[in-house]
Design a protein around this ligand. Structure first.
Ligand code: EPZ
Length: 419
């Protein structure tokens, strides 16, 4: 099982290129099921999670060609069949559940294993099922599977108790071929939702308001093929912004949408990091050569501070001047990285969904675990400045969401290797 070894203390220099967004590409690949012609996804990030959802589509009868060299995925869904996907793939990655909306749309039925929880929370699907039910589907849960069926899907008004990203995406995909109008209220507003809608609209769907709290979908008869370049990964970009800050370096990050990164930019500025946005070239210069001050942060659905950046910010604030209060409001158990950071000498106290982070002058390298995707990235960030060497295990979590993170950091001057 691979590990990553980081020797702390190097200043970073140069520039890094951000890949396309994992959390855009996964729903877009699932949505490809809805097309009656080939779709091409360009600049696709070649990540473990992308391969998993491509395997799910292959199991359903889609023909896929994955060109790793040119980051291109071509999907032909004309032979897709309503078979039951294998238990292990959905268990392996929750996002595979995103095939449910398209399959329900195309065939009126779908049976898939319950995604189950993961390290960061129970990850329920009640809001997904509430949406499908509102569109006219029935569902049955049993023996670890959920099956949805509908003779036909009819547009309806759906209010989401929580602006769930996955539920918003699944309901959009179930509604695009439904008869009539669907209105989703209190919808998730993440940029990846708008990217999915742009992809589907380029196939002939009629979706308005994606990226805002109220989304209106007019059902259409069918969807054709398209070519699409997904948005940049704002969480990967934010992770490299923290890398520049935590190592007190000045680096340039290419592949930035300032609006998508607004909460991260503002929070890092508040902590004393100098940030210059070069909008015309979609780049950002991060200058972390100041003292990092303690700041309070609370994760919220977009446009609030992203939960997927909470662990990375905790690594930075573990070394800040003062005491920071970090509150995680989105997931119920997203502090698994705290005990790992404390092994390195961080001074953090947890009280429910709040962590009190008292900055320490230094942390020391040791063997730590990647407990989930973003926690793994946070451990690498901590290793960049820890005294001595840090070995990170279970890095398969990191490979799910970061394209060649050790190569990109090595190119910036970090002393890091996979072994
Ligand atoms: C997406 O997960 C992302 N994954 C997550 O990124 C991200 O952390 C999350 O959105 C929040 O932004 C992908 O896009 C593939 P949710 P998702 O449904 O859709 C509750 C990463 O690191 N909820 O918005 O599963 C749920 O319990 C990953 O890249 C219900 O109660 O997130 C949670 O507390 C991690 N009922 C909250 O909503 C439901 O039916 C947010 O979940 C669905 C969700």
């Amino acid at each position: 099982m691979d590990k990553i070894r980081v020797k702390g203390g190097n200043e970073l220099v140069g520039e890094v290129f951000v890949s396309a967004a994992k959390n855009s590409v996964l729903p877009i690949i699932a949505a490809s099921i809805l097309g009656n012609e080939k779709v091409t996804i360009k600049n696709a990030p070649m990540l473990e999670d992308v391969y998993v959802i491509c395997n799910v589509l292959h199991e359903l009868g889609c023909q896929l060609s994955i060109d790793n060299l040119n980051n291109k995925i071509i999907i032909d869904s004309r032979n897709v069949k309503p078979i039951d996907t294998s238990n292990n793939l959905v268990k392996k990655m929750r996002a595979s559940f995103l095939v449910m909306g398209p399959m329900l749309s195309k065939f009126g039925r779908c049976k898939i294993s319950l995604p189950g929880g993961c390290n960061i929370g129970s990850r329920p699907i009640d809001l997904h099922l509430k949406g499908f039910k509102a569109l006219g589907a029935d569902f049955e849960i049993g023996h670890g599977f959920v099956e949805v069926r509908a003779d036909k899907l009819t547009g309806n008004r759906i209010y989401l108790d929580f602006p769930s990203v996955g539920a918003t995406e699944n309901i959009i995909m179930a509604a695009v071929l439904a008869k009539g109008t669907t209105i989703i209220e209190n919808a998730a507003e993440e940029p990846e939702i708008k990217d999915l809608a742009d992809f589907l609209n380029s196939m002939g769907a009629m979706i308005d308001g994606a990226g805002r709290g109220k989304i209106v979908i007019e059902g259409v008869e069918s969807l054709k093929g398209t070519e699409h370049i997904p948005i940049y990964d704002r969480i990967e970009a934010g992770t490299y912004m923290v890398a520049g800050a935590i190592t007190h370096s000045k680096i340039k990050i290419n592949g930035i949408n300032e609006e998508h990164l607004r909460p991260v930019i503002e929070k890092l500025k508040e902590s004393g990091v100098r940030i210059d946005v070069l909008a015309e070239e979609q780049s950002i210069v991060v200058d972390g050569r100041n003292i990092i001050k303690a700041v309070d942060l609370k994760t919220m659905p977009y446009p609030g501070f992203p939960t997927d950046m909470q662990a990375q910010m905790m690594s930075l604030l573990a070394l800040a001047n003062g005491v920071s209060v970090i509150t995680e409001t989105v997931f119920e158990n997203r502090f698994m990285h705290v005990s790992e950071l404390m092994r390195m000498g961080a001074n953090i106290k947890i009280d429910g969904r709040t962590a009190l982070v008292e900055g320490v002058p230094k942390i020391t390298g040791c063997e730590v675990k990647a407990t989930d995707l973003r926690a793994g990235a946070a451990m690498i960030l901590a290793g960049l400045v820890a005294e001595g060497e840090t070995q990170i295990t279970d890095i398969y979590h990191i490979d799910r969401g970061y394209v060649r993170i050790e190569d990109k950091l090595k190119n910036l001057g970090a002393n890091i290797e996979r072994y």
